[in-house]
Ligand binder design. Structure first.
Ligand code: ADP
Ligand code: MG
Ligand code: MG
Length: 756
C-alpha cells in the first residue's frame, strides 16, 4: 500500500489520509481552488511509531511532483505541514507554516506525528471519548498561499450556516493581512465576514458559491478555512461544522426541506446532547437588571456561577457549585477547566475562537471577545470600566445575547419551538417506544404535555401526603388511639386525595395516568424532631426500622393497613366520577408475589379499572409469568431494581465507594444513571420474555430515572419495552432517542456521524 498520496491521486480513504487530508482530496476533485499538496498516510504514522523511519523515497518523489506543479525550484517552494487525524480534534495537534528547506520539511512531519501523543491531545480524546485506535494522524504537506502578501490578502474561517442559530447564510470571520493561526488562536479579534464582502466582493462571492458546492456534496453544514492571496481565494480545509443544539435542529429540519437529506437522516443527526443544550436555561425575559458589559454571543444558553480564573481551580470549585471560567482567551490546555465550568467568558477572540468552538460543542454557555473586560490573571480579578470583579464573585453570562451581568440572575427553562416541534413530530412517527412522564403535580403534568409526553407513567402519591394538611391528617391516622379516630382521619384523607386527583385528571385531559399507591414506610411521615408525648414516642419507636429500604413499605403497608390503600383506591374512583374523560390506572409498588396483587385487587370495586404492578424486586422478575397473567401492566422501577440486584443502597454507595469503583474501572458506569445491561438488564429481559409468554399483549414500561437516559433507552427499545417514563425535561430527549433506536434497528448503516 502506498504511504504517500498526492491530492490529485483522488484517494479519499479517511483511515489513511485522515479527515483534513481526505477532504482536501475531495475538494480537489470538485475542482475547487486548493493549493496542491500530498498526504503522508496514517500507515506511515504507524510505521514511524514502530521503527522511527519515514517513507523517504515516496516523500521525495511527492515533493518533486509538487515543485514541478508549482514551477518552483528546490528551496523556493514554501509549504505547510499539517496534522490530519481520522477524528477531527481542532487545534489539538501541531501545524507548521512557511516551511522552506527539505530537511526542515522532514523534521516537521516528525513533529506533527509526535504531537498526536501530546498531553492536550490525550486529554481531548479522553473528554470526547475518542478511542485510542483513533489516536494517530497523517501529515498534510501543502504549498503555501500567502494571506499576508498585501492589503488584498488575508485569512478567514467561515461556516456555510450560522452555527449558533442555524440560519442559512454564510457566517464567519476574516482577518486581513494575516496567516491562518492568527484567527484560530483568538490572538487577534478578526472582523465580521460582512466586511470581507465589502472589501473583496468577488472573493466573497466565490466563497459563497463554494459553500453551496460543498454542502451539496457533503449534505452537511461545513466549517471552512480559507486564505486570500492577492484577491484570489484558496480553500485550505473543510469539515462538518460544530454547532449549537439550536443550530443542529434548525439545520437538520431545513436540510430536509431543501431536499438534501431525509427525515430519518435528520433524526439521526441531532444528538441528545444537542437537545440537552437546547433545553438550556435563559435569563428571565422580565429581568430589568442592566448588563455589566456585552461580548459576542458565542454559545447559547445562560449560566450563573462563581468567577474563577485558574483552570485547576475551576475543576476544584465546580464540585461545590457552578463556576464561570474567565480568561483573556482559552487554549487547548484549558479543556479540563472548560469541561468543569458551566460557562466561559473571554475578553479576546471571535466567534470562531477556541473558546467559542469548544463550548458550543459541549453545550455550555459562552460569551467571548468581551473587549471592555480587563482580565488580570495575576490579581485574580477582572475590571470593566471602574468596576472590579474578584475571584469567587457571582456573575451571569448569557451566551444567547452576549450579555454579562453581575450577580446570579433568575433563569427560566426552555420551551419547544417551531423546528424542534417539527423534528420531534418526525421522531414520534418513527419510534416504537411510548414516552410518558414522571410527574406528581398538575403543573409538572402540563409541562410534560407541552414537551410531548403521552401521559403520566408514574404519579407518586407521597407528594400529596407532604402537603401540610395531608401530612397532619396522615399523622392523625398513624397515631390514632381508637378505630373511630382512625376512620375520621381516613374520611378526611379520601376527600383531600380526591380533590387532588380531580386537578390531575383535568390537567391530563383524557391522557392516561398511572397512579402509584403509597410506597413510603409510615414512619417517614412522623416527626423527626424530639417528641415529648410518650405515647407518640413509643409509636415512632415501634415503626422505626433498621433498614427501611427493605422494610415495611410499598404493598406491605397496603396489606397490613388495608384501609389506607382502600382510601386511595376509593379517592381515585371518586375523582374519576367527577372528571368524565379521566383515564387512571392503579399501580402497586414493591410486589413480590401474585398473592399481594390479588389482595389489593379485591379492594378495587370497578371491574374495568386497570391494576398493574411495579417491577422492582428480584422475585417479581422471577415470577413474571404468574404476575404477567394477572396484572394489567408492568412498570419496571429500575432504581429500586438496581439497588436490589446489587444489594446497594444508592445514597450510601454514591457517597462512599462508587466513585472509586468507577475511577478504578471496577465498574464501567454508574448503574443508577445508565442501565446495567449485563445484570439488571438480564433480569428485565428474562422478565419481559416470560411475562409476554403468559400474556402477549401486556404493556411493559420503565419508570425509573433510566427511562430518560439515552443509552438505557436504546436497551429498552431492544428489550421490547412498551414505553419509558421520565422527568418532564427529558421527554423531548426520550422522544428523539426512541426514534433513533428504532431507526438504528431498521438500518444501522443509516447512522451518520456528524463530526466529519
Ligand atoms: P488545525 O487542524 O489546528 O485547524 P490547520 O492545519 O488547519 O490546523 O492549520 C491552521 C491554519 O493554518 C489554516 O486554517 C490556514 O489558515 C493555515 N494554513 C495551513 N496550511 C496553509 C497553507 N498551505 N497556506 C496558507 N495557510 C495555511
Ligand atoms: Mg484547520
Ligand atoms: Mg421504588
Amino acid at each position: 500500500m502506498p504511504k504517500v498520496y498526492l491530492f490529485t491521486d483522488g484517494n479519499e480513504d479517511r483511515l489513511q489520509l485522515g479527515n483534513k487530508g481526505a477532504n482536501l482530496v475531495t475538494m480537489t476533485k470538485l475542482n475547487l481552488p486548493v493549493p496542491p499538496g500530498f498526504v503522508v498516510s496514517l500507515g506511515a504514522f504507524a510505521e514511524y511509531k514502530r521503527t522511527g523511519q519515514l517513507p523517504m523515497k515516496e516523500i521525495e518523489a511527492a515533493l518533486k511532483a509538487l515543485q514541478r506543479r508549482m514551477g518552483k525550484r528546490l528551496g523556493d517552494l514554501m509549504v505547510s505541514v499539517r496534522s490530519s487525524g481520522p477524528v477531527s480534534m481542532p487545534g489539538m495537534m501541531d501545524t507548521v507554516l512557511n516551511v522552506k528547506n527539505e530537511g526542515h520539511i522532514i523534521s516537521c512531519i516528525k513533529a506533527v506525528f509526535e504531537s498526536a501523543d501530546s498531553a492536550r491531545a490525550v486529554e481531548y480524546r479522553r473528554i470526547n471519548n475518542i478511542p485510542a485506535e483513533m489516536a494517530g494522524t497523517a501529515a498534510v504537506i501543502q504549498a503555501m498561499v500567502m494571506g499576508n502578501a498585501d492589503q488584498r490578502s488575508g485569512t478567514g474561517v467561515a461556516f456555510t450556516r450560522n452555527p449558533n442559530t442555524g440560519e442559512n447564510s454564510l457566517f464567519g470571520e476574516y482577518l486581513p493581512v494575516a496567516q491562518g493561526e492568527d484567527v484560530v488562536s483568538g490572538r487577534r479579534t478578526p472582523m465580521n465576514i460582512e466586511a470581507f464582502r465589502q472589501q473583496l466582493p468577488e472573493a466573497y462571492a466565490e466563497l459563497n458559491r463554494i459553500g453551496h458546492v460543498l454542502e451539496n456534496h457533503y449534505k452537511e453544514m461545513q466549517d471552512i478555512e480559507f486564505t486570500v492571496e492577492r484577491a484570489t481565494l484558496y480553500m485550505l480545509q473543510t469539515r462538518s461544522g460544530k454547532r449549537s443544539g439550536q443550530a443542529a435542529v434548525k439545520i437538520a429540519v431545513d436540510m430536509v426541506k431543501e431536499g438534501l437529506i431525509s427525515t430519518e437522516q435528520a433524526l439521526m443527526r441531532v444528538t441528545h446532547t444537542d437537545l440537552d443544550a437546547l433545553l438550556h436555561k435563559r435569563v428571565d425575559p422580565s429581568n430589568t437588571i442592566k448588563p455589566l458589559t456585552k461580548g459576542l454571543n458565542a454559545a447559547p444558553g445562560a449560566a450563573t456561577g462563581k468567577v474563577v480564573f485558574d483552570v485547576r481551580e475551576a475543576v476544584e470549585w465546580a464540585q461545590r457549585g457552578p463556576v464561570i471560567l474567565v480568561r483573556p482567551e482559552t487554549s487547548p490546555d484549558d479543556i479540563v477547566g472548560i469541561h468543569a465550568a458551566t460557562g466561559v467568558l473571554t475578553s479576546r477572540g471571535g466567534l470562531t475562537s477556541h473558546a467559542a468552538i469548544v463550548t458550543r460543542a459541549m453545550g455550555k454557555a459562552c460569551v467571548c471577545g468581551a473587549s471592555e473586560l480587563n482580565v488580570d490573571l495575576g490579581a485574580q480579578q477582572f475590571t470593566v470600566g471602574g468596576r472590579v470583579v474578584k475571584r469567587g464573585a457571582e456573575i451571569t453570562i448569557d451566551g444567547t445575547t452576549g450579555n454579562v451581568y453581575l450577580g446570579a440572575l433568575p433563569l427560566v427553562e426552555a420551551a419547544i419551538y417551531g423546528e424542534l416541534d417539527e423534528l420531534l413530530g418526525w421522531a414520534d412517527q418513527n419510534r416504537r417506544l411510548g414516552v410518558m412522564a414522571n410527574a406528581d403535580t398538575p403543573e409538572m403534568i402540563r409541562q410534560a404535555i407541552r414537551f410531548g409526553a403521552e401521559g403520566v407513567g408514574l404519579l407518586r402519591t407521597e407528594r400529596q401526603f407532604n402537603e401540610p394538611d395531608e401530612l397532619a391528617t396522615i399523622r392523625e391516622f398513624i397515631l390514632a388511639d381508637s378505630p373511630v379516630h382512625r376512620s375520621e382521619a381516613l374520611v378526611k384523607l379520601r376527600k383531600m386525595q380526591r380533590n387532588d386527583f380531580v386537578e390531575i385528571f383535568k390537567a391530563l385531559d383524557g391522557r392516561p395516568v398511572i397512579i402509584r399507591l403509597l410506597d413510603l414506610p409510615l414512619h417517614e411521615f412522623l416527626p423527626h424532631e424530639a417528641v415529648h408525648d410518650p405515647g407518640i414516642r413509643s409509636r415512632i419507636e415501634e415503626l422505626q426500622e433498621v433498614n427501611p429500604m427493605m422494610g415495611h413499605r410499598g404493598v406491605r403497608v397496603g396489606v397490613t393497613y388495608p384501609e389506607l390503600y382502600q382510601m386511595q383506591i376509593d379517592a381515585i374512583a371518586d375523582a374519576k366520577a367527577a372528571v368524565s374523560n379521566a383515564n387512571a390506572l392503579i399501580m402497586i409498588p414493591q410486589i413480590i408475589t401474585v398473592q399481594e396483587l390479588l389482595w389489593v385487587k379485591k379492594m378495587v370495586k370497578d371491574p374495568s379499572a386497570k391494576v398493574g404492578i411495579m417491577m422492582e424486586t428480584v422475585r417479581a422478575c422471577m415470577r413474571a409469568d404468574s404476575l404477567g397473567s394477572t396484572a394489567a401492566f408492568f412498570s419496571f422501577g429500575t432504581n429500586d431494581l438496581t439497588q436490589a440486584t446489587y444489594s446497594f443502597s444508592r445514597e450510601d454507595v454514591e457517597k462512599k465507594f462508587l466513585p472509586y469503583y468507577l475511577d478504578q474501572g471496577i465498574l464501567m458506569d454508574n448503574p443508577f444513571e445508565t442501565i446495567d445491561v449485563n445484570g439488571v438488564g438480564k433480569l428485565i429481559e428474562t422478565a419481559v420474555k416470560s411475562a409476554r409468554k403468559a400474556n402477549p399483549d401486556l404493556s411493559i414500561g420503565v419508570c425509573g430515572e433510566h427511562g430518560g437516559d439515552p443509552r438505557s433507552i436504546h436497551f429498552f427499545h431492544n428489550a421490547g419495552i412498551s414505553y419509558v417514563s421520565c422527568s418532564p425535561f427529558r421527554v423531548p430527549i426520550a422522544r428523539l432517542v426512541a426514534a433513533q433506536a428504532a431507526l438504528d434497528e431498521k438500518d444501522r448503516l443509516i447512522r451518520l456521524t456528524r463530526d466529519d
